[in-house]
Write a protein that binds this ligand. Sequence first.
Ligand SMILES: C[S@@+](CC[C@H](N)C(=O)[O-])C[C@H]1O[C@@H](n2cnc3c(N)ncnc32)[C@H](O)[C@@H]1O
Length: 261
Amino acid sequence: MFAKFKSFLKKVLPTPLYIFLLALRNWKDLFPVISFLSDNIPNVSLRQKLRIVKQLYIINFNVESPHTQDEILNFIRTILTFSPEKKGVIVEAGCFKGSSTAKFSLAADIAGRTLVVFDSFEGIPENDEPHDKNIFGGDASFKKGDYCGALEEVKSNVARFGNIGCCRFIKGWFDDTMPDFKEPVIAVYLDVDLASSTRTCLKYLYPLLEKGGVIYSQDGHLPLVLDVFNDDKFWLNEVGFEKPLIHGIGKVKLISATKEV
Ligand SMILES: C[S@@+](CC[C@H](N)C(=O)[O-])C[C@H]1O[C@@H](n2cnc3c(N)ncnc32)[C@H](O)[C@@H]1O
């Protein structure tokens, strides 16, 4: 019912008014937006930050976006804050229709970095993970084919609203594509829903992180994913590193770890 009303408003209202109403409805996002605009990020002008924020809302208007602007701005701020001397690409695992990709590509472009995007482009894989409730009491269920965005659709969204020139897309199941990926990485953003997918990403991507690099997961509200992050043996035996300090674990949806060694 609400979705129908929303698409009706989208059709009848002038775009700037509709975007303004969207911003008001998601008023909790206004605080991180204001904080991002007032942050002093070296070599990034207020004009560049304003353009990013404007695009964030335009992308939400046009592309299905299962994330908050706060989550996205946290990663954008991280991308923009690394000193240019630090080498490494940005990696996104799990892009759905390309909304998050388009947003991150704006920051990758300013930072002069490549954004490597891993996805099946067929949605969530076949799985038997017994997801039920997330840590906040909401429902969690991930069936084969959920969150499907075809590669051409994603590319078209990123080309329209982001900067496709700095993006590289790697299509396939993470288990098949990630073992061959060997480039230095400075920042990773995981939004992959499944514990099995998270395991694969941590196993192959964490060792590639440069010292001082950061890995985020937007799935910190899912108990089965948290089990992976909390598993000391998995970190030591499969990732090859001691479990790092994981910020926000068990408390917030967007968790992160900085690689200190
Ligand atoms: C929630 S969606 C990502 C949403 C996106 N980050 C956004 O905010 O717009 C999860 C994505 O993970 C991908 N995915 C999950 N497990 C995967 C796997 N094992 N291999 C490849 N892709 C996978 C799905 O195809 C889907 O696009």
